[in-house]
Design a protein around this ligand. Sequence first.
Ligand code: SF4
Length: 385
Amino acid sequence: MLNISPELLQKYDVPGPRYTSYRTADRFVEAFTEVDYIRALHDRRDGLSGRAQALSLYVHIPFCESLCYYCACNKMITKHKDRVAVYLQLLEREVELKVSHLGNSHAVSQLHLGGGTPTFLNDEELTRLMALLRSRFNLVPGGEYSIEIDPRTVTRQRLEVLHRLGFNRLSFGVQDFDPQVQKAVHRIQPAEQTFDLTLAAREMGFESVNVDLIYGLPMQTEPGFHRTIDTVNRLRPDRIALYAYAHLPERFKPQRRIHAEQLPAASAKVAMLASAMRRLMEAGYVYIGMDHFALPDDAQAVAKRQGRLHRNFQGYSTQPDCDLIALGVSSIGRVGATYSQNAKTLEEYADFLEQGRLPIVKGLALSRDDLARRAIIMALMCRAE
Ligand code: SF4
């Protein structure tokens, strides 16, 4: 099913932007400002940007306790838990500002907490954050409410709190179960931990558990990655995301700690991907598209069969294509035919909000041509048509 000739591989073995939007975030411009974003919010509020679907919310939590060397996310490594209280205050200001332009109590059918490590927040802080969101938005029943979990930071009791707070989907960061690879990327995470939490999540009634994997990491070999895929097949998460590692040490500082000579060659990466896909599908997973797989009765696989699948910044979604209000440092939102990105450093993000301004530093207003291309790319990614 994955047939890539050496010529094709050579032609495209070059770094490219992450394809989470069209146009991609590297095309955003500083000429798009807070004023443009506010206009887009007003257009939505006043019904000028077409029939408004329920909103999607994304909240970025930038803190992590320890550094994974492959990381390309916007995060801050810290042991100082007191930073969270200040950050929550900033999020409160951002919510208030956005709601003042958008209007109160908008229906929300998707929420995603990403990072960094959202579970860096303790139970009280997560409760405070959810109370803030619920006080300003209407999280409708039947929505997708998900959170990224670093299994090293979570216990069964914490999962119970997340369930009570209304999360119905969990995404576990795993990357690879091979101890050699875990050592090489500075992320030691015993498989038992993920097995225990997955079991607990099932017992508690979480609707879906996702596992993130990465191929192309240092010390990864084909036989080693087979073993990881076989372990994942035994774990049987509802969804699997299988991402390619892009080694860009000049852009992402943590990656400088990775020894380039330990990285698998491009051909070995493709072989790993091909055999991982085959093994997952032989184990009963449905190929959703791009880098995602799901069990046949998972909502994503059902949506794919019914032609209702969408893709947004967080990956595939069963909810209709909708505006995304993004909160927190570096987060990217989408309102009407615009994208916008928040300040990338905590200091700059705080400065904007302390001046009573939205922390938008760049964005893009899409042309009709962009919108047509976006629709075509979406059809390719979601329906392979
Ligand atoms: S990979 Fe995730 S947990 Fe690791 S440093 Fe990056 S954001 Fe933090």
